[in-house]
Design a protein around this ligand. Sequence first.
Ligand code: GLU
Length: 485
Amino acid sequence: MSHVTVSDDRPVRVRVAPSPTGDPHVGTAYVALFNRVFARQHGGKFVLRIEDTDQSRSSTESEQAIFSSLGWLGLTWDEGPDVGGPMGPYRQSERTAIYREHIQMLLDNGHAYRCFATAEELAEMRAHQKANKLQLRYDRRHRELSKEEIERRLAEGQDYVVRLKMPEDGATTFTDGLRGEITIQNEEIDDQILLKSDGFPTYHLANVVDDHLMEISHVIRAEEWIPSTPKHVELYRAFGWEPPQFIHLPLLRNEDKSKISKRKNPVSLEYYERVGILPEALRNFLGRMGWSMPDESEKFSLDEMEANFTWAKMGLGGPIFDLKKLDWLNGLYIRELGPEALVDRLMGWRIHREALLELAPLIIERIERLEDVIPMTSYFFGDDFTLDDPQALIPKKRDKLSTYRAVKSLTEAIDNTHPWNAETIEATLRGQCEALEWSPRDLFMPTRLIVTGRKATPPLFETMEALGKARVQARMRASLKVLKP
Ligand code: GLU
């Protein structure tokens, strides 16, 4: 059953609002797909908004990667930071003046207040709550400061955050498009921080202000945001605005039903592009996550999905991201291409001048016949080897457990390596040698074997750059399975 409605006087405007931190996530594509299908079906608009209020974690590189991955998937947007539109700017870092103006509105109408509590004070408060087995939460100590007190503290130049004044009793209810009414007791909700002491808004404030000003009619996002929604509903109320409809999509899950995670599944869209999944196959696959065609057919195009889409066919039982299923589907699309189109796809994938130019410097010193190039570069194109012997990965004088720990630590450091090039990779590897107190020789040997399947290769950092981060990450994680104690 669905509770989603579309009214004639409110045009459908939806958005996907990724934060540009790290590598573009398969969950972003999933949410983008359903937003876009819904918008198209109703002649509405699909907006891409970049939520980069967390300045320390956001990067332009990550933003570019989002554009390029969603573009590769063909999930194009009608309005966004790169294409513009009537309700921009579409990048939150360019909207700080708007948020300040709106915070002032809430301070003036009494729905928000300044909290001057210092980090030490709050730490003390938490320690006290812990010691007395009380609920851990902000105790609202500055909720009712007098005007004079506030003036005094401001005059002294004290730092402050701005918090939402949640109602103390009663409950907040909203309708989720797929789940129906959800009610949360207000006493369970903290006085959420809206503006941080650095003057930047939190996700909650920026998200609500933007959804309102961008006239978003339906907020279609992942299930994990459900606990935030009552805060958002209260914020709409505090501003005196009508909230949009909320539709929370089921979370994608690993095979063991846990929330999809890079530990168990490649989650970077770049991985799927790299290993040669066709965009139409990945779109189709994501379309089947929770949703099904009226005739239950497994293979359908984006146009077919748009023509047949209804929320009523959306289930809530955590869809499993099953790579075998994706491969099967991809195979169907490949066979449908026919030889000519397949060659075009191969050339668009990695059999092209630019990709070969990346490999040429790595092999030029090492080949005698041109034909040597194929065996010598095969691991750049696919998993032509399997790691099954943990012993081979363990350096002399080390054991399995310490190797597992070292590889695990390196894997995490690789996740955080941005941008991806020989210099940054070298810095990561050498940094790990120091942190782990491993010699470069001890750490580079298993790394080389893990990422190439070979003991001898062209220079390691350049090789890892050319392999691409997503493939290196996948191979590192596969080796952890082999090494796991
Ligand atoms: N920036 C949030 C995210 O990264 C957006 C969540 C929402 O759609 O409200 O997923």
